[in-house]
Write a protein that binds this ligand. Structure first.
Ligand code: HPA
Ligand code: ZN
Length: 324
């Protein structure tokens, strides 16, 4: 089974590029940019990665981004992730980035996206791994800042397939960003949002995502299972759920592997993803292995997870079919 999972062609739909910043690269970028880190070694830094919930993770995640300053930094970050994904036979990835976490520090949108884009092109040409970019808004910042970021992205629209919503969910419901997502839709972006696991009001947020925002995917969304009417809506609309078991284990103490199996039994498009692999310590293969072991999945069920992922991509039908 382990060899089967390691070798299978994979698709990833929920990974934050900034969450792929490994301690070793963090050190290299800090040195290159003349930034002092309060740790002597990458191992020492890694030892501080001690999270128990979403806010305690996010504090370390945002602090880590300080080393990303120039276009080559964003190139190196993206290249490292895509090369690692390629080594696990990931064929296609839709990757989040958080422009506001950089523009708020004085790094231009142009710098961020050009570095990422150049690495995407190199990875496709040299390694054969395809990828697309999803721009996330930070939900604990204002809707005005999100709208300004949306407008700032428009000259780069050809490089961005859709928009998402991440960061701290508490008291930051989907409806706070209704106008931003409406405008994003009018501009041709596809829509998704995080509904993190076991947060306050998660089921209300899932309902808003579906009924008010009109997302075509849900990031996490495990708590759909808490409400039969949500189960029916997700099933009927064939929404993909981008679930991240190793991340869940950190943030909630439970990988939710058994819930993933339940989604499969219900015929719902659950997928398995890595979220922030440099912080949680698991890329695609490790996330699939974790799910398979904890829910005792068969080969057919593991294969179904990957079929669900390719089916839930934001690729044209013909491109999906070439992967399936
Ligand atoms: N949840 C919410 N926001 C995030 C995450 C996450 O897992 N990772 C990066 N930003
Ligand atoms: Zn996420």
């Amino acid at each position: 089974m382990d060899a089967f999972i390691a070798g299978m062609p994979k698709c990833e739909l929920h990974v934050h590029l900034e969450g792929t910043l490994e301690p070793e690269l963090k050190f290299a970028l800090a040195a290159r940019n003349g930034i002092a880190l309060p740790f002597a070694t990458a191992g020492e830094l890694r030892a501080t990665y001690d999270f128990h919930d979403l806010p305690s993770f996010l504090a370390i995640y945002y602090d880590g981004m300080r080393v990303l300053r120039k276009e080559p930094d964003f190139y190196d970050l993206t290249w490292a992730y895509l090369a690692k994904a390629h080594s696990q036979n990931v064929r296609y990835s839709e990757m989040f980035f958080d422009p506001q976490a950089h523009t708020a520090r004085g790094v231009s949108f142009d710098t961020v996206i050009r570095g990422i884009r150049r690495a995407q092109m190199d990875a496709e040409n040299r390694l054969g791994i395809r990828s697309q970019l999803i721009m996330c808004f930070l939900r604990d910042w204002s809707a005005e800042f999100a709208m300004a970021t949306l407008l700032e992205s428009l000259p780069y629209k050809e490089w961005i397939i859709g928009v998402g919503l991440d960061s701290d969910e508490k008291n930051n419901p989907p409806l706070k960003f209704r106008e931003v997502f409406q405008r994003a839709r009018e501009e041709g972006y596809l829509l998704t949002m995080h509904c993190d696991v076991d947060q306050d009001d998660t089921t209300a947020h899932i309902r808003q995502c579906i009924e008010d925002i009109g997302v075509s995917r849900l990031d996490h969304g495990v708590n759909t299972l808490d409400d039969p009417t949500l189960i029916a809506m997700v099933a009927e609309r064939k929404l993909g759920l981008t679930i991240c078991p190793v991340s869940n284990a950190y943030v909630t103490g439970d990988s939710k592997a058994r819930q993933i199996k339940r989604f499969l039994d219900l015929g719902i498009r659950a997928t398995v993803n890595s979220d922030d692999p440099a912080y949680f310590g698991g890329y695609m293969t490790e996330n699939l292995l974790c799910t398979q072991r904890e829910a005792d999945l068969t080969r057919d069920e593991v294969t179904q997870l990957m079929r669900n992922a390719f089916e839930s991509t934001w690729l044209p039908r013909a491109a999906k079919d070439r992967f399936l």
